[in-house]
Design a binder for this molecule. Structure first.
Ligand code: ADP
Ligand code: MG
Length: 569
């Protein structure tokens, strides 16, 4: 085929496809427009994951009647006029691409009134072209309604995830903007249910309380540091508060929400040595710097930025977070269970004739060997004799041929992982009801995950009942979780299930892994000899006693011969 210049229609569809990847991209562009218009109140509604409907209303400046149609023309913007402006962008939008791109992908209605106009302008577009115009009434501001996204783009539709997953992308997006703009009142309804509402009083901590719960909000440490050219502000969690995923790291550059591995690294590096491996902090930090120092025109969706000086930004953020962490009280010394938050009281839901585990300890629970599948390929563990515990973290045990140092947490993880999966495959997961239900606050994203994974969680023994807003009552848990910090465990579990890409079988393992991680005895917890013996006995029964479910070793083995050699015998 000879080279020829593409038809403008095709060009605009290609460009639109880059801006509007999924329903959340539409929400992002419309919310950014509302913020650029100086709105103090932004209301978002979505239905069917945003595929059937997205509606964003604001009380911002509105679009003057004479410019309404122009706003839908490609590369039409009020935010940029000459090339030098591109070097110092102070608005979220600047490419003039969002409205035309959205109109190319969906049916759109716009109702807007600028302060100087007597009436509001209403316009309806199909396939990017205006099909209807009239005057209506409304107070100052703009409402954009988007219907049937991708209706004429079956290939795009096919790549979308389930409506609940698309909903959770929308919820996550609103979360980010609510954290970036605490002075704006945001509200989000998904399928008619109010999912998020922020006070808009300008206080970031109050926004965090709405999103991540009061308990987290109260503990967050303030970041506020100014260096020549850089101001870093926000909130970060103290080392005692962490999450099992990076979903709680939010970064803004001149209040634009960005994804930046540089910023994630700089913040996380500040926590070095303060968090257990696999744990991540909660961070919401804005880096303010002169617009010339950052290039925001890197990608059509504007979520990536380039800094002129990576090193300086990295150092400024790391220093700011470190300074904040110095305000935190020194970590408490762990003494057995006392360091863990009190576990709710439990009763057992298994029939009376089965012995219930003691209510105050999560462990040991007698394990019937029959319920564990043995894998013949793996060398089994010999019978071990417990010698003692070291550093309240390792069990020392003697085997016929040498010494074993067993990581109590990793070993217990392996036991729980195998036990839960075996129960799941056979008689069903053993459940424990809570004497008093535990009230758990979920983030909007977690709530969406719960909606789509409720059946899976039920099969693993969780009973979560909606209580109002984003509060849930936890009424029952898998028996292996007794003694764990249940609120944290449930939230971490939901985070680990957020991805839609996992096949169903892998998802069961993800649940089992999460249960193992939170149900297992912690390092730093003193164990009695009987507890240690029981743990070793159960470990012997597992299919792969030498590795934890994450693949790390559960034990170190020193053979008698090695010892003899070390001692020069
Ligand atoms: P950009 O935001 O990059 O300028 P858009 O296509 O998103 O491009 O919007 C085009 C123009 O329409 C904006 O520059 C702005 O003038 C106007 N506009 C869009 N949405 C709003 C809104 N919610 N309130 C006021 N003006 C708006
Ligand atoms: Mg825009």
């Amino acid at each position: 085929m000879p080279i020829k210049i593409l038809d403008p229609q095709v060009v605009s569809k290609i460009a639109a496809g880059e801006v509007v990847e999924r329903p959340a991209s539409v929400v992002k562009e419309l919310v950014e427009n509302a913020l650029d218009a100086g709105a103090s109140q932004i209301t978002v509604e979505a239905q069917g994951g945003g595929i059937s409907l997205i509606k964003v209303s604001d009380n911002g400046s509105g679009i003057p009647a004479g410019e309404v149609e122009l706003a839908f023309a490609r590369h039409a913007t009020s935010k940029l006029s000459a090339l030098p402006d591109l070097e110092k962008i102070a608005t979220l939008g600047f490419r003039g691409e969002a409205l035309p791109s959205i109109a190319a992908m969906a049916d759109v209605e716009l109702l807007t009134r600028a302060a100087d106009d007597a009436a509001a302008s209403y316009i309806r577009l199909a396939n990017g072209r205006a099909t209807h115009r009239e005057k209506r009434s409304r107070p100052r501001g703009t409402t954009v309604t988007v219907h049937h996204l991708f209706r004429h783009f079956p290939a795009r539709l096919k790549f979308l995830k389930s409506p609940t997953t698309e909903n959770s992308h929308i919820a996550n997006l609103l979360t980010q903007y609510a954290l970036a703009f605490p002075e704006v009142k945001f509200s989000l309804s998904l399928d008619g249910r109010l999912t998020l509402r922020t006070p808009g009083n300008g206080n970031l901590r109050d926004a965090v309380a709405e999103i991540y719960g009061l308990e987290a909000a109260q503990q967050m440490l303030e970041v506020n540091s100014t260096e020549p050219g850089y101001t870093v502000t926000g909130l970060v969690s103290p080392p005692s508060l962490s999450r099992s995923s990076r979903n709680y790291l939010s970064f803004f550059v001149n209040r634009r929400w960005v994804r930046s591995s540089l910023l994630s690294r700089s913040a996380e590096d500040a926590y070095q040595g303060l968090l257990m491996s696999g744990k991540h902090p909660l961070v919401m930090v804005n880096v303010a710097l002169p617009p010339q120092e950052v290039d925001v025109n890197v990608h059509p969706t504007k979520t990536e930025v380039k800094f002129r000086n990576n090193q300086t930004v990295y150092a400024a953020v790391a220093r700011a977070v470190k300074t904040a962490l110095q305000q935190s009280p020194p970590p408490r010394v762990k003494t057995g269970k006392a360091a863990a938050p009190p576990a709710p009281r439990l009763f057992t839901a298994v029939p009376e004739d089965k012995p219930a585990p003691p209510p105050t300890t999560s462990y040991p629970t007698p394990q019937s060997a029959a319920s564990v599948v043995k894998n013949g390929d793996v060398p089994a563990l010999p019978v071990l004799r417990v010698l003692g515990q070291m550093a309240a973290s390792y069990i020392l045990a003697e085997g016929p041929e040498g010494l074993y140092l067993i990581d109590q947490h990793a070993a217990h993880e392996r036991i729980i992982f195998d036990k839960v999966l075996a129960q799941r495959a056979q008689q069903g997961v053993e459940v424990q009801g809570l004497l008093e239900p535990l009230n758990i606050e979920l983030s909007p994203g977690q709530e969406q995950t719960l909606n789509s994974r409720n059946e899976l969680l039920r099969q693993f023994g969780f009973n979560l009942e909606h209580f109002g807003d984003r509060s849930y009552l936890l009424r029952a848990v898998p028996a292996v979780m007794a003694g764990a910090n249940l609120a944290e465990a449930v939230r971490a579990l939901l985070d680990s299930l957020a991805s839609d890409d996992e096949p169903a079988t892998k998802r069961e393992e993800t649940v089992a892994q999460s249960l193992a991680c939170h149900g297992a005895v912690k390092a730093g917890q003193q164990l009695t000899f009987e507890e240690m013996r029981s743990l070793i006995r159960q470990l012997e029964e597992t299919a792969s006693p030498r590795t934890c479910p994450h693949g790390r070793p559960t034990m170190i083995y020193l053979s008698s011969r090695q010892l003899a050699r070390e001692f020069g015998r």
